[in-house]
Write a protein that binds this ligand. Structure first.
Ligand code: NI
Length: 156
């Protein structure tokens, strides 16, 4: 059995897209995602989960309706569930996010990617990402360089 550590800088070299988190590992029902951000995201919240931001490179600012937090490389911050937030990066920042499987970065829960639906698929991760990409293609909002997933009945 070969044991190999996950090297963040090597992983970051595999893509250039910003605002598109990539899953690098999973732990139980949680996913570790790396992402490059630059500029402004949209205001959103996550009704069902906290969201962990670990900054690996650069400086992230997370705006809240009543303030902001500056998170530099080597620091982390946990946004509590239900709290509206807007990530902002003056220059490109590299992050590690930790979220339950199936949570999208806009705060929308993916209707097509509920974790329970994925069990039984050999390549569930690949299918998950394919569904996510497809949904992103369908719903891409040119105002934001972010993935937005359409979901009917959401008040986001
Ligand atoms: Ni968020």
């Amino acid at each position: 059995m070969g044991y190999e550590a996950i090297n963040f800088s090597k992983k970051f070299k595999l893509f250039n897209e910003q605002w598109e988190p990539k899953v690098v590992a999973e732990m139980n029902d949680y996913q570790f995602k790396i992402v490059k951000l630059e500029g402004d995201f949209i205001w959103h919240d996550h009704n069902n989960t906290d969201e962990t931001f670990i900054v690996l490179e650069g400086v992230l600012r997370i705006d809240f309706r009543d303030g902001a937090v500056r998170v530099a490389a080597g620091e982390m911050f946990v946004v509590p569930k239900g709290v509206e937030h807007k990530p902002y990066a003056e220059q490109e920042v590299k992050l590690l996010l930790i979220e339950p499987r199936g949570v999208l970065n806009t705060g929308h829960e993916g209707v097509v990617v509920q974790p329970r639906m994925m069990s039984g698929f050999g390549d569930s991760q690949g299918l998950f990402m394919a569904l996510l990409r497809r949904a992103a293609q369908l719903c891409r909002n040119s105002t934001y360089r972010s993935v937005q997933i359409c979901e009917s009945g959401s008040d986001h």
